[in-house]
Design a protein around this ligand. Structure first.
Ligand SMILES: C[S@@+](CC[C@H](N)C(=O)[O-])C[C@H]1O[C@@H](n2cnc3c(N)ncnc32)[C@H](O)[C@@H]1O
Ligand code: SF4
Length: 292
């Protein structure tokens, strides 16, 4: 059987993937907005448990096309451990298209390009990375643990190793006061990285996090849907990317926008301009349909 410990989080694009918890929790666990692993103490799973789960999946489920290694920063596990998991996956599922995992900036700082290249050759070909913002003041307020320059350096290591990146930006993370700077600086950082995928999520204060505490004290200005659309418009308008898939269709968003850059950039910007010109007619998702 596959045993999952605590709440499991995975990117929307891994909905059909086999999910294995290679690690439990997040080794960093400090981001002010992130409640996902606060109740878990970080550890690497036992290899024999994972090997048994892979054997169980081979026996009891249709062969997966994709595998996602949870939890919050599985890339931080020792390369020898990840190689053993990847070898077992390749032997069990010879037609596997890809294995992916979350990679925090801290995990990318720890891994060398050579280590990431060897892991890519063994099948780990995509990392999800929360850039969140390209604005140092916002990154600092979010306690992300790196500056924008450090984020670019860390992400560039993954690209040097031939690994694809799927990156996340947090709309609203700068509040009203830094909305414009946050949007432009985030576009600068994403342009410098040039990821294969970029998506936006709307920052959501969650109870039990420093951001949730600040919100409870009334210290967080949460942007309304029109302000978020304006921030998204500024961000998207400043992106200069070739062949990047853009999505703002995560459940936390008020508006669903998706396309490939630069091909669909004009269409997506026109849709946002129409929303800003006539917000009353905009197809905003009701708050009750939104979630993390
Ligand atoms: C499970 S985390 C893993 C990311 C990875 N550990 C990293 O830091 O790069 C996935 C992403 O969910 C998003 N997220 C987490 N908490 C959130 C919140 N309260 N509101 C909005 N997005 C959130 C962030 O973009 C975060 O990078
Ligand atoms: S955003 Fe990523 S690095 Fe930050 S606490 Fe959450 S899982 Fe850990």
């Amino acid at each position: 059987m596959i045993r999952y410990e605590g709440t499991l989080y995975r990117p929307p694009s891994e909905a059909d993937s086999l999910i294995l918890q290679a690690t439990i929790g997040c080794s960093y666990n400090e981001c002010a907005f992130c409640a996902m692993y606060r109740d878990k103490r970080f550890r690497v799973r036992k290899l024999d448990e994972l090997i048994a789960e892979i054997a169980w999946a081979k026996e009891h489920a249709p062969p997966p096309r994709k595998v996602f290694l949870a939890d919050g920063d599985a890339l931080v596990a020792r390369p020898a451990f990840l190689h053993a998991v990847l070898d077992a996956l390749r032997r069990a599922f010879p037609n596997l298209a890809r294995v992916s995992c979350y990679a925090s900036p801290q995990a990318l700082q720890v891994r060398s390009v050579e280590q990431m290249r060897a892991l890519r050759d063994a099948g780990l070909t995509l990392y999800y990375l929360g850039i969140e913002s390209g604005d140092d003041r916002v990154l600092d307020a979010l306690t992300k643990g790196v500056t924008a320059d450090e984020m670019v350096l860390a992400a560039t290591k993954a690209h040097d190793a031939g690994v694809k990146l799927s990156t996340m930006i947090l709309l609203g993370a700068g509040g009203r006061a830094r909305s414009h700077e946050h949007a432009l600086a985030s576009a600068r950082v994403v342009n410098a990285i040039g990821p294969r995928f970029v998506s936006t999520l709307v920052v959501t204060p969650v109870e039990g996090t420093p951001l949730g505490d600040r919100a409870a004290r009334g210290e967080v200005d949460e942007l309304d849907p029109v302000e978020l659309a304006r921030e998204l418009r500024t961000f998207l308008g400043a992106l200069d990317l070739r062949g990047t898939v853009f999505r703002s269709n995560h459940a936390s968003n008020f508006l669903s926008v998706a396309g490939t850059l630069p091909k669909d950039q004009g269409r997506m910007l026109a849709a946002l301009d129409a929303v800003l010109a006539d917000p009353d007619a905009a197809p905003f998702r009701p708050a009750w349909l939104r979630g993390l």
